[in-house]
Design a protein around this ligand. Structure first.
Ligand code: GDP
Ligand code: CA
Length: 325
């Protein structure tokens, strides 16, 4: 079976770990990662979601933090701060720095992000085909109010420096209209048996991937069922700080709110199926009235066992939808 996952960083990676532990021996997993979080800092190209997926699946992630390398040291970051380099709010550990030097060096040599990702994955062996959503430059910017005036700042600045604690006026995905899917992305969707939207941020992770027009078209055209997992349990984002982002865009913070935002594939949206938490079971009817098949199961990926069960439940719903066709 060919399983294709559209992923952000932490939530997506955790889910994919479960998928890899529970999949059949011949099953192949392709991950299309969000690259709209990418940013250039210190003259380096930083691709947070690609790296989080690669490090997590390759065993190099710092498990406590959820991002960056294990056994990390921070000498370069301290030195940058001592120089008064303002961008030092973004943490790049010493080991992580090497990944960024390789990526930036190769891009300067004229390689594409896809090619660089493949090279980095030769070392990390993530056990999936890891593809950036696009090789073109796409960057999410967040509109905030600064002293009464609208200001657009890079998503990373909003997320890390401001800790997402400032109301969001708008989200602008710069470059998205001119972005083409990276090589292999469209085929991975149209040729898939199952397409999964893991519990990734709907606005800044899944949103940009699905906003690449070629990807959007492929998601509409594929004969595979598209099944998503709610990143919201009860009235809050599970980990992370997505609340301001969702409320700022008028999305209700609930499994139903996110399902309605993505929409049913039968009416031009993204989803055939949507997994919601067992405690949100009462929302099933509302979601199904949108034209999306809903199923209530435990959605907390609190350890390997619960994560694996969520992966099984997701595949289960997908196969049920496939059979129904
Ligand atoms: P990021 O790019 O690192 O922000 O990661 P993602 O976009 O892949 O995922 C972030 C989302 O994962 C957050 O919005 C959380 O709501 C969601 N999330 C994290 N842990 C869990 C979990 O255990 N269960 C569920 N259902 N969602 C989770
Ligand atoms: Ca991200």
């Amino acid at each position: 079976m060919k399983i294709t996952v559209l992923s952000g960083g932490v939530g997506g990676s955790r889910f994919i770990q479960g998928l890899l532990r529970t999949k059949g021996p011949g099953d192949e997993v392709t991950v299309i990662a969000n690259t709209a979080d990418d940013i250039d800092l210190f003259g380096l190209r930083i691709s947070p979601d690609l790296d989080t997926v690669m490090y997590t699946l390759g065993g190099g992630i710092d498990r406590e933090r959820g991002w960056g390398r294990t056994d990390e040291s921070w000498n370069a970051k301290d030195e940058l701060a001592t120089y008064g380099i303002e961008q030092a709010w973004f943490g790049l550990g010493d080991r992580d720095l090497a990944t960024h030097l390789v990526r930036t060096m190769r891009l300067r040599e004229g390689r594409t992000l896809s090619e660089v990702t493949a090279e980095l994955c030769e070392r990390w062996q993530p056990g999936v085909h890891l593809l950036p959503m696009t090789d073109d430059s796409v960057q999410t910017h967040i509109g905030i109010d600064r002293d009464g005036a609208r200001e657009l700042i890079h998503f990373q600045e909003y997320w890390i420096r401001l800790r997402a604690q400032v109301p969001v006026q708008e989200v602008v995905i710069r470059g998205i209209d001119d972005a083409s899917p990276a090589p292999g992305v469209v085929d991975a969707i149209t040729g898939a048996d199952v397409v999964v939207l893991p519990p990734s941020n709907p606005i800044v992770s899944i949103g940009p991937i699905a906003a690449v027009s070629g990807i959007r078209a492929a998601l509409g055209a594929t004969s595979a069922p598209v099944v998503g997992v709610s990143p919201i349990i009860g009235g809050g984002a599970v980990r992370g700080m997505a609340d301001q982002l969702l409320t700022g865009l008028g999305i209700h913070i609930s499994a139903t709110g996110v399902a309605a935002h993505h929409g049913a594939r039968s009416s031009g949206g993204l989803l055939d199926g949507w997994l919601i938490d067992a405690t949100d079971e009462q929302q099933t009817e509302r979601i199904e009235s949108l034209g999306i098949t809903a199923r209530a199961v435990p959605l907390w990926m609190s350890d390997d066992d619960t994560t694996d069960q969520l992966a099984r439940d997701t595949m289960d719903l997908a196969l049920t939808l496939q059979d129904a066709r």
